[in-house]
Design a binder for this molecule. Structure first.
Ligand code: DX5
Ligand code: ZN
Length: 215
């Protein structure tokens, strides 16, 4: 499986987004992870489509948009128009899952489903044939800088056994150590916010994460 690193811009300096994106380019990041929070699905508010559209103008790395919002169906068009290349939304949301996946795909974007730590991985099984990726959260969604939950690893193993070729993404508490644990469990797409942007050399940290994911 291809190992991909997706820096989470949530931990970056929002006053200097272009410079922060340049660090991702320098580190050869595979994706850019953009966390959208509505203050309802999660108790926090982050950025929306207009900010993503501005970032898209200065970055050609594919955008991986993680919707932590209650009604993703209603906003799919906005995020596709803003430049999302892949959109993940949660099985625990209030929108119809199948309709939301179909809408994402019909607009020419890749669809991914995300599960919170407490949600069984079986929740994504009915949709696997349409999904480009599954996001297994390794923290409760809503905030950066939380501790990685190793208890989630069996869910990744189960999914990897069922889908040998699927992109399986992990998000939350990924650093130079936990990336190895998640990689051994079967994940191949790694989101990291604090570990990258709070480090002295974000570009170098991206390559360290990539190396350690293979151990
Ligand atoms: C949390 C977000 C994550 C967050 C990860 O709800 O989905 O993408 O930015 O941050 P770190 O890597 O700091 O745990
Ligand atoms: Zn995220």
């Amino acid at each position: 499986m291809d190992i991909k690193i997706s820096p989470s811009m949530l931990a970056s300096d929002y006053a200097n987004l272009e410079k922060e994106l340049d660090k991702c380019k320098k580190g050869k990041a595979d994706l850019i992870h953009l966390d959208v929070m509505d203050g309802h699905f999660v108790p926090n508010i982050s950025i929306g489509a207009p900010v993503i559209a501005s970032m898209k103008k200065v970055c050609d790395i594919p955008f991986d948009v993680h919707l932590m919002i209650s009604k993703p169906y209603d906003y799919i068009e906005d995020f596709v128009n803003a430049g999302a290349d892949i959109i993940s939304f949660h099985t625990e949301c209030d929108s119809d899952i199948e309709k939301t996946i179909d809408k994402i795909i019909s607009l020419g974007c890749k669809a991914a489903l995300a599960v919170k730590p407490g949600t069984p991985i079986e929740a994504v099984f009915p949709y696997l044939d349409k999904l480009s990726m599954v996001l297994v959260m390794t923290v409760e969604p809503g905030f950066g800088g939380q501790n990685f939950m190793e208890s989630v690893m069996p869910k990744i193993k189960t999914l990897r056994e069922k889908c040998p070729a699927l992109d399986i993404q992990v998000d939350g508490g990924i650093n130079a150590d936990t990336v190895t644990l998640a990689g051994r469990a079967g994940a191949n797409v790694f989101v990291a916010g604090s570990a990258i942007f709070k480090s002295d050399d974000p570009a170098k940290t991206i390559s360290i994460l990539k190396e350690n994911a293979k151990i």
